[in-house]
Design a binder for this molecule. Structure first.
Ligand code: SF4
Ligand code: SF4
Ligand code: FES
Length: 375
């Protein structure tokens, strides 16, 4: 047994007071969970402490919460580990901080209202099969191989941890979000569904749909069941691209521009990115397509904002150098390997926030990009 302190963000609407923090001392084996700690505090100190839970085994999805700022399940987070995490940097006396999930209205203490932020969005993606024709006399028979692709998205327990951690949803509460989009892939990838193209068209054309995700990986870190919602969103995008669906915001072209530039140059050429994203089809200065002209004109405010915000500095608008010493060939090998084996790969950020500014302050050549292709 060990002593732990839980610092809980509380909100009791019936009191008429705003949210406040309260600390509870609990005494538990380190292998027990943060949820066990909360239930002990409720039992011994304050019966009004409210938390939603049922299975206590990471199955029902009820106990989503933030622990030390990280969204997850209270019943799947060991209290000993949460204590270590809270004290990694400072000696051992910090409490474990427990808050309600983010991006959702709080009903009471750790209980959030998931209706508008989660369930409405799940309904929004028509979460059931839409097969055509008469149903078979007996069950549908599906080749097991073709179901493997959607097994990951089927593992979702609807806990909302991914929604809680989603950075895009913070900026755009209308974003359909990681949980609902992972659910959408569960049906888009199902060979029995006959409305795949309509689903993809809808999700690509919705301004709060698949291209609203900023690829930040937070939902992957938060998901307690390994659903990796961001990966499901990327699969939806790829399928939409394969179907030739063009979204009004050029999200597909923007994504393809990333892929093309990294393949060609190894690092991201920030100057080429808007041109490749919005002015694809410009065959030469004398032959821009109508769509390209429209896209470029539409993108001008974004381009000016990018320059004004300092994301692209004037001194960077210079020839972009390829990677040295054969590294470029290694990047191409990664592409070749992925294509040959039909493997997925993602772009990961390399370096820490502020590296670019530090390099500029020290008078060094700023890194051309912090993105690199990693299989
Ligand atoms: S990767 Fe996309 S869906 Fe996932 S948390 Fe980030 S913005 Fe949200
Ligand atoms: S995708 Fe993961 S984090 Fe999101 S609701 Fe489903 S199980 Fe929870
Ligand atoms: S109580 Fe069921 S998932 Fe935590």
């Amino acid at each position: 047994m060990a002593d732990y302190t839980l610092k809980v963000r509380r909100y009791q609407p019936e009191s008429g007071e705003g949210p406040y923090w309260e600390e509870f001392k609990v005494d538990l084996d380190p292998s027990l969970s943060v949820l066990d700690g909360l239930l002990q505090a409720k039992d011994r100190d304050d019966g009004s402490l409210s938390v939603r839970c049922s299975c206590r085994a990471a199955i029902c999805g009820s106990c989503g919460m933030k622990i030390n700022g990280q969204s997850g399940l209270g019943c799947k987070t060991q209290i000993g580990e949460a204590h270590e995490q809270a004290n990694r940097r400072n000696g051992g006396s910090e409490p474990i901080v427990v808050e309600p999930m983010g991006n959702m209205p709080v009903i009471k203490d750790l209980i959030t209202d998931m209706e508008s932020t989660h369930w409405d969005k799940i309904r929004r993606v028509t979460p059931w099969l839409l097969p055509h024709g008469d149903p078979p006399e007996r069950e549908y028979v599906v080749d097991p191989e073709s179901m493997i692709d959607i097994t990951q998205s089927m593992a979702c327990i609807q806990c909302g941890a991914c929604v809680s951690s989603c950075l895009s949803m913070e900026a755009d509460p209308e974003f359909i979000g990681p949980a609902a989009l992972a659910k959408a892939y569960r049906f888009v990838g199902d060979p029995r569904d006959a409305e795949t193209k309509e689903r993809l068209h809808d999700l690509a054309h919705d301004p709060h749909g698949i291209y609203d995700c900023t690829h930040c990986f937070s939902c992957i870190d938060a998901c307690p069941k390994g659903v990796a919602p961001m990966d499901q969103i990327m699969r939806l995008r790829r399928k939409a691209g394969e179907e030739g669906i063009e979204d009004p915001n050029s999200g597909h072209h923007h994504e393809m521009a990333f892929v093309k530039i990294i393949e060609k140059k190894g690092t991201l050429d920030e100057v080429a990115l808007p041109r490749e994203s919005f002015a694809f089809g410009v065959k030469g200065k004398l032959k821009p397509s109508k769509r390209a002209i429209k896209e470029v004109l539409g993108a001008l405010p974004t381009i000016f904002r990018t320059i004004r915000s300092g994301k692209v500095r004037a001194k960077w608008i210079a020839p972009h150098h390829k990677l040295p010493d054969g590294a470029q060939d290694e990047v191409k090998d990664v592409y070749r390997h992925a294509e040959e084996h039909r493997e997925e790969f993602n772009l990961y950020i390399k370096g820490e926030e502020g590296d670019e500014e530090a390099a500029v302050e020290e008078g060094l050549e700023p890194p051309q990009s912090r993105e690199e292709a990693v299989k």
